[in-house]
Design a protein around this ligand. Structure first.
Ligand code: SF4
Length: 322
């Protein structure tokens, strides 16, 4: 009997270490001294974009041209890598192919060793002109395809053949409908803000962590909203955690991911319960005014009830939201 227990206990301990412990209220785990998101974290290569999609959840159509400095990215990721690691690091934007030195940025991310694999997320419009040696910096290139950016079958075959020769995986994802994300007048209904946050899988299940200018955010929307609001009602960085190598940083970050309190940005964001509409692009100068509405105007209440029911069911049955 004792012999059997001696065999089972180390096995259970090892398997617990391999899997780690879930971080409550998030999709992340704590394993071998580090936080691991469910899949990936993301870096904004640039803020701006060559498209003006109405429901861009990074607010890129109104971002001033700006790009990430590879040496700053390395410094931040290297510091963060003491407490955090991800399976994938996604290089996103804006449109990341607008970065003036994408190869140096990719190298900086790899050198930090914060992620095992590197993914580029692009609308693909500039891909054809990009040099092979830059594209080879990535393990996976994911192209978001919209109704107005579809490629013909020949162009797709050529692209696939090129990526195969470069040994880079390629994934094309079509998006026809979008859920509305931003309501820049927000809401004063605290209960509604809490409901939006509670049902937000970006914060609680998918863990779309964004690392930007020395801060870690639960979601890209938090940083984007702070920059967009007139007069900066939310100070940039207020909804994130400043990266540090100091003692206590790991606990601070775990506390941030576990928190049940909405971010300041959740007052102006629809999470996953905004109304849905077909993808469309709009004139850049009209983008902000088209989002100058209240949260209540954009909420899909049926989707909100459905998300709450799903969450309640999953909690009762001990399952995670999928
Ligand atoms: S701002 Fe709030 S509701 Fe919006 S994605 Fe982030 S956590 Fe979710």
């Amino acid at each position: 009997m004792l012999q059997n227990i001696c065999k089972i206990v180390p096995f259970l301990l090892m398997s617990h270490c391999r899997k780690g412990s879930p971080i409550e209220n998030s999709g992340s785990r704590y394993r071998l001294g580090k936080i691991e998101p469910s899949y990936s974290c993301e870096i904004n290569a640039v803020g701006h974009c060559n498209m003006t999609c109405l429901d861009c959840n990074h607010a890129s159509p109104v971002c001033k041209p700006s790009w990430a400095d590879p040496s700053e990215v390395y410094r931040d990721l290297y510091a963060l890598s003491r407490s955090y690691r991800a399976e994938y690091v996604k290089i996103v934007g804006g449109e990341p192919l607008l970065h003036p030195d994408l190869a140096a940025l990719a190298k900086a991310v790899r050198r930090s060793r914060i992620g095992r694999r590197l993914m580029l997320l692009t609308n693909g419009l500039l891909l054809e002109k990009f040099a092979d040696n830059i594209l080879k910096s990535f393990d996976l290139i994911e192209i978001s395809v919209y109704p107005n950016t579809q490629m013909d079958a020949d162009a797709v075959s050529l692209l696939r053949a090129r990526m195969k020769a470069l040994k880079v995986e390629i994934n094309m994802k079509s998006y026809e409908n979008f859920r509305m994300t931003f309501a820049l007048q927000g809401t004063s209904d605290e209960f509604l803000v809490q409901r939006i946050y509670d049902t937000c899988k970006m914060a609680h299940r998918w863990d779309c962590h964004s690392i930007d200018h020395g801060f870690v955010y639960k979601c890209a929307q938090a940083g984007a909203i702070a920059q967009m609001l007139d007069g900066c009602t939310i100070k940039p960085g207020a909804d994130g955690i400043q990266i540090s190598r100091g003692a206590g940083f790991l606990d601070t970050l775990i506390g941030y991911f576990r928190s049940t309190s909405p971010l300041n940005a959740c007052r102006y964001c629809l999470g996953l319960v905004g109304k849905s509409r077909p993808h469309q692009t709009v004139p850049r100068g009209e983008w902000l005014s088209l989002h100058n509405v209240t949260t209540e105007e954009l909420i899909d209440y049926e989707k909100l009830y459905q998300a709450e029911n799903e969450k309640a069911f999953d909690e009762a049955s001990g399952r995670l939201m999928s």
